[in-house]
Design a protein around this ligand. Structure first.
Ligand SMILES: Nc1ncnc2c1ncn2[C@@H]1O[C@H](COP(=O)(O)OP(=O)(O)O)[C@@H](O)[C@H]1O
Ligand SMILES: O=C(O)C1=C[C@@H](OP(=O)(O)O)[C@@H](O)[C@H](O)C1
Ligand SMILES: [Mg+2]
Length: 161
């Protein structure tokens, strides 16, 4: 989910494993030459999800050994979760919704178009509702790591060959 730490922890995990780190949002931004917010503005969420899927396919072709931080919505569209599990080892970072909300409030919400212009109350409700809807997809991950704190060594031990 947004705010769970995929980008932050993914980068650290890649460093420990000596793998390339790919943040799917950044990859997509470079590929399209514009920001995630601009992609949403141009094609709506539907256009964004199509481009996100294409980017994921090209990441799989391009990199042999990589840690990929997906976007929070990536697993929840098309057959993306099956695709992820077919091509890699997936980890669900299961962080409580109150913690996600607190973390996201400290960021610039406009960089995440689904959260842009939400009040604290609206953000809280959106995170609770969206997390509940998305759990069915997130639970298809091979591993689940739950809690507010994380142990990068534990993540490494899960995926280390
Ligand atoms: N384990 C953590 N504890 C506290 N704050 C965190 C943690 N992981 C990430 N953050 C902070 O939460 C925000 C969202 O993290 P980010 O890695 O961008 O999440 P995601 O890519 O899953 O949306 C950032 O401001 C980041 O510094
Ligand atoms: O959860 C989502 O639907 C989204 C999460 C974002 O990535 P992060 O999870 O890295 O914030 C980004 O892909 C986009 O704003 C949509
Ligand atoms: Mg991210």
């Amino acid at each position: 989910m947004m705010g769970a730490g995929k980008t932050t922890l993914g980068r650290q995990l890649a460093e420990r494993l000596g793998y390339t780190f790919v943040d799917l949002d950044e990859y997509l931004e470079q590929r399209e030459g514009c920001s995630i917010a601009q992609l949403f503005a141009a094609g709506g969420q539907e256009g964004f999800r199509q481009k996100e899927r294409q980017a994921m396919e090209s990441v799989v072709q391009e990199f042999e050994q990589a840690v990929v931080a997906t976007g929070g919505g990536t697993p929840c569209f098309f057959d993306n979760m099956a695709f992820i599990n077919q091509h890699g080892t997936s980890i669900f970072l299961d962080v409580p919704s109150e913690e996600l909300t607190q973390r996201l409030l400290l960021t610039n919400l406009s960089q995440r178009p689904l959260l842009a212009q939400k009040s604290e109350e609206e953000l809280k409700d959106f995170i609770v509702k969206t997390l509940a809807e998305r759990l069915v997809f997130y639970k298809q991950a091979k591993y689940t790591v739950s809690g507010k704190r994380y142990n990068i060594g534990r993540l490494e031990s899960l995926v280390k060959p």
